[in-house]
Design a protein around this ligand. Structure first.
Ligand SMILES: Cc1ncc(COP(=O)(O)O)c(C=O)c1O
Length: 367
C-alpha cells in the first residue's frame, strides 16, 4: 500500500536528529517557552525572511491570535476562499468576526482577486489568502485591493512553507503570515504546532502576550483576554532539527510533481495543478470528472488518495451564514479534486506505480 501521506516515514528518515532534539529538551531546564522555542522562532523567521517569529500551539491558533492582535472582532468581516481547510474559518469565528467566503480561480485553486474586489464592503476588515496546496496566490493583485480598502492581510501559509512568488518568499506580502506544523505539512512536527511571522514588532509583542494568558513579559498579570496557545519545547526542538531539510524536501516535491506532470499530461480527463516556479506542492491535486471512481480504482491498486476539500466551507453547517452568494467554481472543484501522494518518503519510489494506476483507470473508462 502506498499511503496518501505518512508523517512517521519522515520522522524515521531523520530519526537520529529527532531523537537528539527530544533528548535535549528532556535534559534541559524549561519545558514551556524555553530555549528551543526561542531558537526555533529566530531560525524560522530568518528562513521566511521575516523579522519576528512567534511560536503558537497550532496553525488555527496562529490565525486566531493574528486576527485578535490586529483588533478584528464582532461586526467585522474577513474575506477568505471557501476552498480551504476549516481552521481558516474557525479562527475568524473564534474572534467573533464573520467569514465572508469568495470564489477561487478555477486554474490556480487560490482566492480570486476579482471575487475579493466584489466582496469588499463597509464591514470588511481583513483578507485571508490561502496559498492552497503550496501554490502562490496572486499577492500583488490582492495587496492592491487590500491597500485601497485598508484591509489587514494575514497570509495563511499552512501549506506553503518555503514557497515563493517571483523570487519573493510568501508570507512577506501581508501584515503577518500564519503557519501550521501539523504532521503532514511540508515542515511538520509530531503533534500540533504553529507560528506567526511578521515584520511588525508591536504585533509580535501582542502575539507573545495573547499566546500566554495576556501576560506582559516577565509578569503573571493578565493585561487582556489571552489564551494558553504556546508552541511546546519538544515540538520546537523537532522543528529546529527538521528546518534545515525543508528546502531539500520542497525540491523533492517539485521533482515528483514534474514526473507526474510529464506522465499524466496527455490524459484529457485529468486537470493537472497549475505550474509555478515557487510552488512547494503541499499537495499534488488533480481533477477528474469521476473523482470517486478514480479514488476507488486507486485504492484497489493499493494507492491512497485524499480529497482536499469537500464540501467548500460555505456548505459547512458552522459557516453557512458566510455564504452570501453561490460559489460554483468551488463546488465544481470540491466534486472533482483528488490529491495523489506527494510526500517524498511516500511517493518517490512509487511514482511509476501511481501513474500506471491513474492511466489504467483512464484507459478503462468508456468514451
Ligand atoms: C490552509 C490551512 N489553514 C489552517 C490550518 C490549520 O492548522 P492546524 O491544523 O495546525 O490548526 C491548516 C491545516 O491543518 C490548513 O491547511
Amino acid at each position: 500500500m502506498i499511503p496518501q501521506a505518512a508523517p512517521p516515514l519522515r520522522i524515521a528518515r531523520f530519526r537520529r536528529e529527532v531523537e537528539a532534539a527530544i533528548a535535549s529538551v528532556l535534559g534541559g531546564d524549561a519545558y514551556i517557552l524555553g530555549s528551543a522555542v526561542a531558537s526555533f522562532e529566530a531560525a524560522f523567521a530568518r528562513h521566511c525572511g521575516g523579522r519576528h517569529g512567534v511560536g503558537v500551539a497550532s496553525g488555527t491558533d496562529a490565525l486566531t491570535l493574528c486576527l485578535r492582535a490586529l483588533g478584528i472582532g464582532p461586526g467585522d468581516e474577513v474575506i477568505l476562499p471557501s476552498l480551504t481547510f476549516a481552521g481558516s474559518a474557525q479562527a475568524i469565528l473564534q474572534c467573533g468576526a464573520e467569514p465572508r467566503f469568495v470564489e477561487v480561480d478555477a486554474r490556480t485553486r487560490c482566492i480570486d482577486p476579482a471575487a475579493v474586489a466584489d466582496a469588499v464592503n463597509g464591514r470588511s476588515a481583513a483578507l485571508l489568502p490561502v496559498h492552497l496546496f503550496g501554490h502562490p496566490c496572486d499577492m500583488p493583485a490582492l495587496m492592491a485591493i487590500a491597500d485601497r480598502h485598508h484591509l489587514a492581510v494575514i497570509e495563511d501559509c499552512a501549506q506553503s512553507h518555503g514557497a515563493t512568488l517571483d523570487g519573493r518568499r510568501l508570507g512577506g506580502f501581508g501584515h503577518a503570515a500564519a503557519y501550521s506544523f501539523y504532521p503532514t505539512k511540508n515542515l511538520g512536527c509530531i503533534g500540533d504546532g504553529g507560528a506567526v511571522v511578521t515584520d511588525d514588532a508591536g504585533l509580535a509583542d501582542r502575539l507573545r502576550s495573547l499566546r500566554n494568558y495576556g501576560f506582559a513579559p516577565g509578569e503573571r498579570v493578565s493585561r487582556t483576554l489571552g489564551f494558553n496557545a504556546r508552541l511546546d519545547e519538544i515540538q520546537a526542538a523537532i522543528l529546529l532539527a527538521l528546518l534545515p531539510h525543508l528546502e531539500a524536501g520542497n525540491a523533492e516535491r517539485r521533482a515528483i510533481a514534474s514526473r507526474y506532470r510529464a506522465a499524466l499530461g496527455s490524459c484529457p480527463a485529468l486537470g493537472l495543478p497549475p505550474e509555478a516556479d515557487g510552488c512547494v506542492y503541499h499537495q499534488f491535486a488533480l481533477t477528474h470528472p469521476d473523482r470517486d471512481g478514480l479514488m476507488r480504482h486507486l485504492a484497489a491498486a493499493g494507492i491512497g488518495s485524499a480529497v482536499h476539500y469537500a464540501p467548500g466551507l460555505h456548505r459547512h453547517p458552522a459557516f453557512v451564514e458566510g455564504a452570501a452568494r453561490p460559489l460554483p467554481v468551488t463546488d465544481a472543484l470540491s466534486r472533482t479534486l483528488l490529491s495523489l501522494p506527494i510526500q517524498p518518503e511516500v511517493a518517490r519510489e512509487g511514482v511509476d506505480r501511481i501513474v500506471a494506476a491513474v492511466s489504467s483507470f483512464h484507459a478503462a473508462r468508456p468514451r
